[in-house]
Design a protein around this ligand. Structure first.
Ligand SMILES: [Zn+2]
Length: 343
């Protein structure tokens, strides 16, 4: 049986009873075969574009919902073959440092009330238009965000850890740390120059709080740990890698393409920088140019999400009404992603 998302129901049926029951506790799955009729004038185009008339005329769509979190994904690999409107990108734009404020952060970005934290390869700045109580930036010394080195990444994270500590000295109630890295415009970044964003809030963010509540309720109801069981389900299907106790999941309900979720009980998140570096290098090898990374803590777990946001040349957003209010529409198979990843 080929490990692929459209075979999920068969793969689950082959699991030992205990693992199958656990999967079914977590997920609801539906496989549909959707049919359509192609007019004669479209057949030639479809043959070239999608490489098969049959695959288009009989489409397999697999829908997966996490029964606890409400996360849900609709998989159809044909979606990636659709013709999409493109914009012209000058590749040199990524190297264009002219008028880049972040290339000269000490003169052209504000500092926090406690000053700046300087790493070897980065510096902090206060965000000029904040979206939370404490909201600052890690500005990389390297302008081009697609140029990444292992030691640089470790330095960015270590500097972020120092910033979180500095903020706690100002207000110990601002204890909810959140780190994001939006890489290039598809991911929501407004500035090309490589940077991460840090927030420390008094109130937990909605999605973090919800996941915490789910984990607590799960403990009460099943006398088991939500996260450990989530790992077990992914492991039983070959969608989990373990690296020195850190778990890396090729997530069954990705929020968008190629989502990977890391769970780690490492003391500091900077210890995860080598793994994150490897994941990003894999992303680059698979053609990812723009991505989001988010990091936060629940119980003793650092939880890190990484997700591909599409081609830099794509004109339309990868997120529409479905992703905002329904399920996420996904074309990249998590089983294939796991196969292609080299750590
Ligand atoms: Zn720059």
């Amino acid at each position: 049986m080929e490990a692929k998302i459209t075979n999920l129901l068969e793969l689950v049926n082959k699991l030992p009873e205990k693992q199958r029951k656990l999967f079914n506790r977590f997920y609801s799955v539906n496989l549909s075969e959707s049919k359509l009729i192609l007019p004669d004038k479209m057949r030639e185009f479809v043959k070239i574009r999608f490489n098969s008339l049959k695959k288009v005329e009989n489409q397999k769509i697999i829908s997966i919902n996490n029964n606890f979190t409400g996360e849900g994904s609709l998989f159809n690999e044909l979606r990636s073959l659709r013709p999409l409107p493109k914009i012209k990108i000058n590749k040199r734009e990524l190297e264009n440092k002219k008028n880049c404020l972040f290339c000269n952060p000490e003169n052209f970005t504000p500092s926090d009330s406690f000053g700046r934290i300087k790493g070897k390869y980065c510096i902090t700045a206060s965000n000029i238009a904040k979206y939370d109580y404490f909201h600052s930036l890690i500005i990389f010394k390297e302008h081009n965000p697609l140029k990444i080195r292992k030691i640089w990444l470790r330095d960015y994270f270590e500097t972020a850890e120092k910033w979180f500590l500095e903020v706690k000295k100002l207000d110990k109630e601002a204890k909810n740390n959140f780190l994001i890295w939006n890489c290039l415009w598809r991911s929501g970044a407004s500035i090309i120059h490589g940077h991460m964003q840090l927030t420390s809030s008094k109130m937990k963010y909605g999605k973090v709080k919800k996941l915490e509540e789910i984990s607590e309720k799960y403990k009460q109801k099943f006398n088991s740990d939500y996260f450990l069981d989530l790992f077990r389900v992914h492991k039983s299907l070959g969608l989990l890698r373990e690296i020195n106790g850190t778990k890396m999941l090729f997530y069954l309900t990705p929020v968008k393409e190629k989502e990977i979720v890391i769970f780690s009980k490492e003391k500091g998140f900077a210890n995860l920088s080598d793994l994150i570096y490897k994941i990003i290098k894999n992303y680059f090898r698979l053609g990812v140019k723009s991505f989001n990374l988010s990091l936060y803590k629940i119980e003793n777990y650092w939880i890190i999400h990484l997700v591909d946001r599409g081609n830099l040349e794509d004109k339309s957003s990868d997120i529409g009404g479905m992703e905002l209010y329904g399920n996420s529409v996904i074309s990249f198979d998590p089983f294939k992603l796991s196969e292609k990843f080299k750590l």
